[in-house]
Design a protein around this ligand. Structure first.
Ligand SMILES: COc1ccc2nc(C(=O)O)sc2c1
Length: 241
């Protein structure tokens, strides 16, 4: 997968060079490039914003640098999926992460100020799939933090990136539930024991206990997820919890 990120704060995306994502790039599992939008400005002040048409608070990002950036980065024969983080976007979730992880080329446009001139997105839709996406019902200073989260959620699903693919199967949101609580050594810590069943070696009982905990945790913290499960997703034993 090729990933391009266009931003006025390239240093904000430095964490993408670390840990598993950095290692995936080094191993050629992803081709990641971060671009400074000001590369495509031509004035002495490298201007990327201007006052909103029609008045109002704040500034809007000018279309010209974005247009030139996309012209430089997009291969018309194989256009990317353009993702634009925005408070007005569709909610990002694990289902979207799974879909994006199958795609060949993602490009992220990080807005700042009050956002990007709408004509940039309108123009891009002539040649690309464009999705405005939000992390949640709150507002950040710009799109960079959202890109960090989305790139991590997507790249960890790419085969080979996560050393132990088995852990993907047991994590929250993979099966529509929140994951069960985890424990490790010591067996007792500050008078708090690991649940006996996890030390029993009885794999069927351990699996049942974890499923029960996942159902209880989902019912407590995310009843909306439980309500959204198809009937066939819950066994007779699940319904008895
Ligand atoms: C101007 O660009 C922005 C501003 C706020 C913001 N908030 C997001 C969020 O996902 O909450 S994405 C995003 C992009």
């Amino acid at each position: 997968m090729r990933i391009d990120v266009v931003t006025v704060f390239p240093e904000y995306l430095a964490p993408l060079n670390l840990s598993l994502i950095g290692r995936a790039a080094d191993r050629g599992l992803i081709d990641l490039a971060v671009h400074d939008l000001r590369t495509w400005t031509h004035d002495v002040h490298r201007t990327v914003d201007d006052s909103p048409a029609g008045g109002g608070a704040g500034m809007i990002m000018r279309p010209e640098p974005w247009g030139e950036a996309f012209d430089a980065l997009v291969e018309p024969a194989t256009p990317p999926h353009l993702l634009v983080p925005s408070p007005a976007g569709v909610r990002f979730d694990q289902s979207m992460a799974r879909d994006l992880a199958t795609q060949r080329h993602l490009m992220f446009a990080c807005g700042r100020y009050e956002g990007i001139d709408q004509r940039v997105l309108d123009e891009a839709r002539q040649t690309m799939t464009v999705t405005e996406v939000s992390l949640g019902d709150y507002v950040l200073f710009g799109g960079e933090v959202a890109v960090l989260a989305i790139v991590e959620a997507v790249t960890r699903l790419i085969p080979g990136v996560l050393g132990n693919a088995e852990s993907l199967a047991e994590e929250s949101h993979n099966d529509g539930l929140l994951e069960a609580p985890g424990y490790t050594k010591p067996a007792v810590w500050r008078d708090r024991p690991v649940p006996d069943v996890l030390l029993s070696g009885h794999h069927a009982k351990i699996a049942r206990w974890r499923r029960d905990q996942a159902l209880l945790r989902t019912a407590q913290f995310r009843p909306d997820m439980l309500a959204g499960l198809p009937d066939e997703a819950l066994s007779k034993a699940d319904r008895a919890v």
